[in-house]
Design a protein around this ligand. Sequence first.
Ligand code: ZN
Ligand code: ZN
Length: 321
Amino acid sequence: MKYTFIKLNLSVFAHYGPHLLFTFVFCCGFELIHNFAVPCRNFLRWLVPCAFILKTMPVYLQYYFWLIAASLSCFLLERLHPWRKQQKVLRKGIWQDLFWLAFNGHFFGLLFAIVAGKLVIGLNSVLYSWGWPVPQDIVLLIAAPLWVQFIVFFLLKDFVEWNIHRMLHNVPWLWEFHKLHHSIRELDWLGNFRFHWGEVIVYKTLSYLPLIILGVDATVLLIIAVLWTFMLNLNHSNIKFNWGPLRYILNSSAMHVWHHDEELHGKGGQNFGQVLSIWDWLFKTAYWPEDEQQPKQLGFANQSRYPKGLIRRLLYPFWKK
Ligand SMILES: [Zn+2]
Ligand SMILES: [Zn+2]
């Protein structure tokens, strides 16, 4: 009886074996595809509403519209009134800089937003479990008028970024990231986008807490983002421009060009300002000679050892030779 049972089972396996094997392979394959498909589906679920919002939102409320406007206006100004007249439109490194514009302005920004979003949720749940306030709930400026929110956010962001920029020059391992921006030999508006993805992480991480606790309106955030893009594009443009008597408050292309001077004029460099120049004048890190118009050479010392290829530059601080 026992023998018959085993024999029966074996015959069942012999009969259904290929089907079982096929089902097993199919399930494994499905599991593999499923594991890959879930993150893709989640990404699409996140992306589709974003695309829908972009389609339905008025164009002037979209950052990309202003990014194009800022880039085009600086490009036109450079064509109309070039400062370094010998500098060509299709200068050396322009194609790679277009990659940095797309990568830093869009792809890495998107990736960073997804990863940072997950990290913030994790951080908030830890703070919540400790009974601590969540930074987004502090909202110091929520009741203030929009113009007050704008001024406080603007001043704090610019001062925090001035400090981070100084750190990028004075902390050796951070300087390895920032070298990419200083590898520019021919400065123009597009050079504004030549920076390492590691810098984005440093800026966003260090400025996250002081800025998030202010809790400003989304309109203020958009105005600040647009203003930053216009001003920083302008500061890198190949045009001779300063703000006249306001030069001690606002940064300009005539001042920022000295930040890219190969020769250092202070500890770690000079003119670390983003939109405002006032911090450099106040803390004596400003350098703007009366007798000279422009630096003799842009870049940094021993630049010949810095890689030129895209992949090597993307990995540079982690993979130096
Ligand atoms: Zn710098
Ligand atoms: Zn610069």
